[in-house]
Ligand binder design. Structure first.
Ligand code: CA
Ligand code: CA
Ligand code: CA
Length: 404
């Protein structure tokens, strides 16, 4: 014998299909179609035929006598007045955080968004004068999940032979993919599709200093740093200067790179760089400089992969990170390159929230001190070569830095 419950489902399924074929009357077509949940005081199947003459019956929950109707809005009050209707309510879309990957949750970025609503867009990294420069292979500014994020482009390539600064973002398109992946970790939009970055409303400056193969001259990177600090107006020390320089790149020590870092630091830019992926017992440069926050990688279980260089300042997620790739694609990447932008975006959020609150921006030295004081200590107690001071916690960082 078929259980009674299953029988009801079978009957209802047929009725739903037939409901689709019932045309909406011409008069009601002029009215906007709305999606409502209708609670019934009688078993659904008894009144389904009646309801299906009004509009499309979409799904049913017989256990709690609820149906979902798509009907013209001018019929809502009529449905509500029917004797067998207990309630009518709008079928609102519930926002899921499925676009928020594990790494964004792990650094507690979502807690910042959820608990800082009085800061508006600043809790998501936006302030008119705060920008993160992505020094990399470019940024696919046209990506559907980075829409509007990049506002300024600098190209410094091939030993200075190719140079551009301006608003033509096409010059900063990303033929490699690395820069777009990094950019997504910072700034992918919270828009119910794709992925979301740590600071999903922040402004980016695309600074293309690495060629399509992902390498660049030290001189190109040094010039990119200086130009990013100057910002669109070409003058250092003004509001449009880049506030955070995110450098998912590294190499050997260099005097010109060191000088460029000191230039940026002197103008209040916070420098963040990848620790490097050589499994080395020392940092790649520019992460190696005292003025630069060096970021190592951990996986989803806080384990440091063998390739993440030792002696970082802090660690952040850097293994199997899902982010944006050129041409509206998405993909996974691993590396300290992926860890670095988590920290860059967190600092942008701090600066944006402080400005929104009428406070001054923190200096690079203040940022560093608060960051290392708010990370989660992992591994052996206190600073250690694997985790540095510990794991990025954006919520604690914001609480201390902004005083929420
Ligand atoms: Ca998104
Ligand atoms: Ca400027
Ligand atoms: Ca430790």
């Amino acid at each position: 014998m078929i259980p009674r419950k299953h029988l009801i489902y079978a009957v209802l399924a047929i009725l739903i299909i037939s409901a689709h074929t019932i045309p909406v009357s011409a008069s009601s077509r002029s009215s906007r179609v709305v999606r409502v949940i209708v609670g019934l005081s009688v078993p659904c199947e008894r009144v389904l035929e009646t309801l299906s003459t009004l509009g499309r019956v979409d799904i049913l929950i017989p256990e709690i006598r609820a149906v979902v109707l798509e009907i013209p809005s001018n019929l809502v009050s009529y449905v509500a007045s029917l004797s067998f209707v207990r309630y009518v309510e709008e079928d609102r879309s519930v926002r899921t955080f499925s676009e928020v990957a594990w790494n964004i949750e792990l650094v507690n970025a979502t807690d910042v968004w959820a608990t800082s609503s009085r800061y508006g867009s600043a809790a998501y990294g936006y302030h008119p004068t705060v920008s993160v420069a992505i020094l990399d292979t470019g940024v696919d500014y046209a990506h559907e999940d980075l829409r509007g994020a990049a506002t300024f482009c600098i190209v410094s390539l091939r030993n200075g032979k190719t140079f551009y600064r301006g608003m033509n973002l096409a010059n900063c398109a990303d033929p490699n993919g690395h820069g777009t992946h990094v950019a997504g970790i910072v700034a992918a939009r919270l828009n119910s599709f794709g992925v979301a970055g740590v600071a999903p409303r922040v402004t980016l400056y695309a600074v293309r200093v690495l060629d399509p193969s992902g390498s660049g001259y030290i001189s190109d990177i040094a010039k990119g740093i200086v130009e990013a600090v100057k910002g669109p107006d070409g003058v250092p020390g003004t509001e449009d200067d880049s506030d955070i320089l995110s450098m998912s790149l590294g190499g050997s020590d260099s005097q010109v790179l060191r000088d460029a870092v000191l230039y940026a630091y002197s103008y209040g830019a916070v420098l963040v760089a990848a620790a490097g992926n050589e499994g080395a017992s020392s940092l790649a440069c520019p992460a190696c400089y005292l003025e630069v926050i060096a970021v190592g990688a951990v996986d989803s279980r806080y384990r440091v992969p063998s390739w993440s260089n030792r002696y970082p300042d802090v660690v952040a997620p850097g293994v199997s990170i899902l982010s944006t790739l050129p041409k509206n694609r998405y993909g996974y990447s691993s590396g300290t390159s992926m860890a670095c932008p988590h920290v860059s975006a967190a600092i942008a959020t701090v600066q944006a929230m402080r400005l929104a609150r009428g406070m001054n921006k923190l200096t690079p030295n203040e940022v560093r001190n608060i960051l290392v004081g708010t990370v989660i200590d992992l591994g052996s107690h206190g600073y250690d070569p694997l985790y540095g001071y510990g794991f990025l916690d954006v919520l604690r960082l914001v609480q201390v830095a902004v005083g929420t």
